[in-house]
Design a protein around this ligand. Structure first.
Ligand code: NAP
Length: 459
C-alpha cells in the first residue's frame, strides 16, 4: 500500500469515535475523516444522555483524546445524503464506516397519537438537551398528569427529568428554556406504563434506583403489580438485572408517600389503545394485558379490561428506529443497514465494496455507551482483515484534499475540529460563570457563528 488507507466515518457518536479510535490505533497506516451532520460531535453523549447524568457524559474525554490522534479530521455540518452521497464517499475514500445511529423513533400506531400534547420521548430529550433541530418545539408542561409509555431507560430519563426540581436542574447543562419550563411545570402525577410485567422491564437497576432519590417526587408502585406469574418468576433465575430491579421495586412498593409535590407511578401490564382529546390530549385509554409464552419469550396479550386515564401529555418511549441511505441495503424490520459483523452486505450476502457500519445502525438501538466500543472494534477488525487479505487497499487518487475541494465547490460550511473546540470553549465559559458544566448554544446560527468566529480569528 503506497499511502495511508483513508477512511470516512459517518457519525460522531460513541460508535463513530470508537471506530475512529480503533482505526487510528491499528498497525496499518490509516487516516480518518469523521463526517457529522451537526456542527457538534459526540451524538447522544451530548444530545441524548440526560443532563442530570454528568458522569455518563465524561466519556467525551475519551473522544477528545481520539480526536487529537494524528490522522484524525472532523467535518461537522456536512450531511451525507444532502452534501455528499455514498457514491461521493466511495470515490473520495478507500472505505466508509456508517455510524449515524437511529435517527427516528418507533410509533405506537394508535388513534390520537398525533394530537397536540402527544410526543415522542426522543423529541423531549432532544429539546432539553439543546439539539438545534428541536428548539422550536413548544412543550406545554402546565398539565396535571403526564403518561410515559415504555419500560426502557429513556422512559425513566423522561419521567425523572420532568420530576426534577429547579435546584436539581440548576447545576446541569439542560437548556435554559427547558429549565424554565420544567421548573415551573404544574405536573403533579407522572405515570410510566409498561406493556409487560416488572420482570420484563429493560431498565438498568442503577437508573431505576434513582427514581427513589428524587428531591421533589415520591415513587409509587402497587405491591399487587409485583406478584409475578410463574414464568416471570422462573425467568429471574438467569437474569441478574431483572432480579435486582425486582428488589428495588419491592422497596418502592413498601414506601409510604412522604408528601413530595410530584408522584411518579410505575405501572405494568397495560398497553395504550387510543389517545383521546378534542383539540389536544385529554386522556389515554389503556388495555390490561396478561403474559403468554410464545416462541420462548413472554409477550403481552390484551384482555377485555380497559381503563381511561386523564392526562394532558403523553410521551411514547418505545424505542428508537434507524433510517437507511437510499444507496445502501436496509433491513426494514430491524431498522438497520444489512450487514455481517459490520461489513455491509447485499441480499445475497455479498460485501458492498468499501462499506461498513457500526453502532445502532448496525445492531439496532440497544445497549449502553460502552457496548459501542466492542461493536465498533468488531467492524474495524473486519475492515482491517479485508486490508490484510488484499480485498481493500489504498488508491493513489484518494487524497486528503479531494473532500475539502468538493465541499468548497458545493458551498458547504464545514465545521472543522477547531470550530467545534471554539463552540465547546464558549459553552463551558458561559457555564463556569453559573456553576454549570456548560450553557449550550441551541440554534444552527449560534453554533455556526461560534465555530466560524474563532476559525476566522485563527486564520
Ligand atoms: P428499550 O430499552 O428498548 O425500551 C423500549 C421499551 O418500549 C420496552 O419496555 C418495550 O417493551 C417498550 N415497547 C416497545 N414497543 C411498545 C409498544 N408498541 N407498546 C408499549 N410498549 C412498547 O429502549 P429505550 O428506552 O429507547 O433505550 C434505548 C437504549 O438506550 C437502551 O439500550 C437503553 O438501555 C439505552 N439507554 C441507556 C441509558 C443509561 O444507561 N442511563 C439511558 C437511556 C437509554 P417490550 O420489552 O415489551 O418490547
Amino acid at each position: 500500500m503506497s499511502g495511508p488507507l483513508r477512511v470516512a466515518v459517518v457519525g460522531s457518536g460513541p460508535a463513530g469515535f470508537y471506530a475512529a479510535g480503533a482505526l487510528l490505533d491499528a498497525e496499518a497506516s490509516v487516516e480518518v475523516d469523521m463526517i457529522e451532520r451537526l456542527p457538534t460531535p459526540w451524538g447522544l453523549v451530548r444530545l441524548g444522555v440526560a443532563p442530570d447524568h454528568p458522569k455518563l457524559k465524561t466519556v467525551s474525554r475519551a473522544f477528545e483524546r481520539i480526536a487529537l490522534k494524528p490522522g484524525f479530521r472532523f467535518f461537522g455540518n456536512v450531511e451525507v445524503g444532502r452534501d455528499l452521497s455514498h457514491g461521493d464517499l466511495t470515490r473520495l475514500y478507500d472505505a466508509v464506516i456508517y455510524a449515524f445511529g437511529a435517527q427516528t423513533d418507533r410509533r405506537l400506531g394508535i388513534p390520537g397519537e398525533d394530537l397536540p400534547g402527544s410526543w415522542s420521548a426522543t423529541e423531549l430529550v432532544a429539546w432539553y438537551n439543546g439539539h438545534p433541530d428541536f428548539q422550536e418545539l413548544e412543550f406545554d408542561l402546565n398539565v396535571e398528569r403526564a403518561v410515559v409509555i415504555g419500560n426502557g431507560n429513556v422512559a425513566l430519563d423522561v419521567a425523572r427529568m420532568l420530576a426534577l426540581t429547579p435546584e436539581e436542574l440548576a447545576p446541569t447543562d439542560t437548556t435554559d428554556p427547558a429549565i424554565e419550563a420544567i421548573g415551573t411545570s404544574t405536573i403533579k402525577d407522572i405515570v410510566v406504563v409498561g406493556r409487560r410485567g416488572p420482570a420484563q422491564a429493560s431498565w438498568t437497576t442503577q437508573e431505576l434506583k434513582e427514581l427513589g432519590e428524587l428531591a421533589g417526587a415520591d415513587v409509587v408502585v402497587d405491591p399487587a403489580e409485583l406478584d409475578l406469574d410463574p414464568a416471570s418468576e422462573a425467568s429471574l433465575e438467569g437474569d441478574t438485572n431483572a432480579r435486582r430491579n425486582m428488589e428495588v421495586l419491592r422497596d418502592f412498593a413498601a414506601r409510604e408517600p412522604t408528601g413530595k409535590p410530584v408522584t411518579l407511578r410505575l405501572r405494568f401490564l397495560a398497553s395504550p389503545i387510543a389517545i383521546h382529546g378534542d383539540e389536544r390530549v385529554g386522556s389515554i385509554e389503556l388495555v390490561r394485558n396478561r403474559l403468554e409464552e410464545q416462541d420462548g419469550s413472554l409477550v403481552a396479550v390484551p384482555t377485555d379490561e380497559r381503563e381511561k386515564l386523564e392526562c394532558g401529555l403523553v410521551f411514547r418511549s418505545v424505542g428508537y428506529r434507524g433510517v437507511g441511505l437510499p444507496e445502501l441495503p436496509f433491513e426494514e424490520g430491524r431498522g438497520t443497514i444489512r450487514n455481517e459483523l459490520g461489513r455491509v452486505v447485499d441480499t445475497d450476502g455479498n460485501h458492498v465494496a468499501q462499506s461498513y457500519c457500526a453502532g445502532w445502525i448496525k445492531r439496532g438501538p440497544t445497549g449502553i455507551i460502552g457496548t459501542n466500543k466492542k461493536d465498533a472494534t468488531e467492524t474495524v477488525a473486519q475492515l482491517l482483515d479485508d486490508v490484510h487479505e488484499g480485498r481493500l487497499s489504498h488508491r493513489e487518487e484518494v487524497t486528503a484534499d479531494a473532500v475539502e475541494a468538493l465541499l468548497a465547490e458545493r458551498v458547504v460550511r464545514a465545521v472543522m475540529y477547531p470550530g467545534w473546540t471554539s463552540i465547546d470553549e464558549h459553552e463551558r465559559a458561559s457555564g463556569e460563570r453559573l456553576g454549570r458544566p456548560r450553557v449550550k448554544l441551541r440554534t444552527w446560527d449560534e453554533l455556526l457563528e461560534a465555530a466560524e468566529r474563532v476559525a476566522a480569528e485563527r486564520a
